[in-house]
Write a protein that binds this ligand. Structure first.
Ligand SMILES: Nc1ncnc2c1ncn2[C@@H]1O[C@H](COP(=O)(O)OP(=O)(O)O)[C@@H](O)[C@H]1O
Ligand SMILES: [Mg+2]
Length: 310
């Protein structure tokens, strides 16, 4: 039968027999929208039964913007850790040659994404558990080799990352991908892999320019990867003592009100936590930084009641 997602209108062809009787939640494989199902065992009226399909995918979110220093890595790590705190199984993938995600989590993996993509090592040796329900595929300098590996392919280079990650992802609820600044073969690969983009925008004029340029590049990928959408714009480094911060916030509200998340305020605790290898929830759980990232986690998970008993 054909089920149409009420959010993105994508049609899914599914086999009713594949839906187990205990499935209560449906999720669209394209846009990630979730729906509660009618009484257990019945067909969902909308969406695709969550456990029904072999093709079921986790939600895949790239934290991306071509500009550096806007809070991509801070957001990737604290979003991933926050989702894990909330009870989801999360894989964090670092696609930056700086390899900061491992550092921020106090991990020193011997191998990571490079070895997985080039086929040198298998999953057991490359995906490391860094916290309860949180796993990491580390980035680092060796990713330069992956970029060459991708560029050397005659065709299909843009699918290299997807080919490596698709077999890995099944056991997770979320795959969060941190990206490098700039625009290179690996960024293109990330955007062919994920279906959702989260863009942190530091509240400076230059970042707003960067956002517009970035969105043009994203549109060029969307021509070939129709399921890709910009889902969240996250204002970062909000400091209302600085007039510019408020002005840019207003502009973002006008331009992207439907995508705009609550801002992450400037918080010195966020910049101190990495040196201790701790997430913001571990380092300063009562800080503004921890509070703001908890709000972001709730928004992404679509559940305001997360963390209530913690
Ligand atoms: N909201 C914030 N308040 C204060 N410092 C922050 C905040 N977000 C990030 N930082 C710090 O700013 C720097 C750049 O952030 P980072 O996440 O590495 O950006 P990107 O990955 O986009 O280059 C880091 O030193 C980080 O600790
Ligand atoms: Mg970074």
């Amino acid at each position: 039968m054909v089920v149409v997602c009420p959010d993105c209108k994508k049609e899914h062809h599914i086999d009713e027999k594949m839906i187990p009787p205990n499935v209560k939640v449906a999720r669209c494989r394209s846009c990630g929208a979730r729906f509660s199902l009618s009484p257990a065992g019945q067909m969902p009226e909308k969406g695709v039964a969550e456990d029904a399909s072999k093709e079921m995918r986790p939600r895949t979110i790239a934290v991306a913007l071509s500009k550096g220093g806007v809070g991509k890595t801070t957001t990737s790590v604290n979003l991933a850790a926050g989702l894990a705190h909330a009870g989801f199984n999360v894989l964090l993938v670092d696609t930056d040659t700086q390899g900061q995600d491992a550092y921020m989590l106090g991990a020193k993996p011997n191998a990571g994404l490079t070895e997985l993509v080039t086929g040198e090592l298998g999953l057991d040796e490359t995906v490391v558990k860094v916290r309860d329900r949180l796993w990491l595929l580390a980035g680092g300098k060796s990713l330069a080799g992956v970029k060459r590996f991708i560029s050397r392919k005659d065709f299909g280079g843009e699918m290299t990352l997807s080919e490596s990650l698709l077999p890995v992802e099944k056991q997770y609820d979320y795959v969060i991908v941190d990206t490098s600044p700039g625009w290179d073969p690996l960024t293109v690969n990330v955007l062919f892999y994920v279906t959702e983009i989260m863009t942190p925008v530091s509240l400076e004029v230059m970042t707003l320019h960067g956002l517009l340029e970035f969105l043009k590049s994203v549109a060029s990928i969307q021509k070939y990867h129709k399921e890709l959408s910009l889902k969240y714009i996250v204002p970062t480094f909000l400091d209302l003592r600085i007039k510019q911060s408020g002005n840019i916030m207003e502009k973002l509200e006008k331009l992207y009100s439907n995508l705009l998340c609550k801002p992450i305020r400037y918080n010195v605790r966020l910049s101190e936590a990495p040196a201790f290898g701790k997430t913001i929830y571990e380092f300063a759980p009562g800080s503004h930084g921890a509070g703001d990232y908890r709000e972001l986690v709730k928004k992404v998970a679509g559940n305001d009641n997360l963390f209530e008993n913690q």
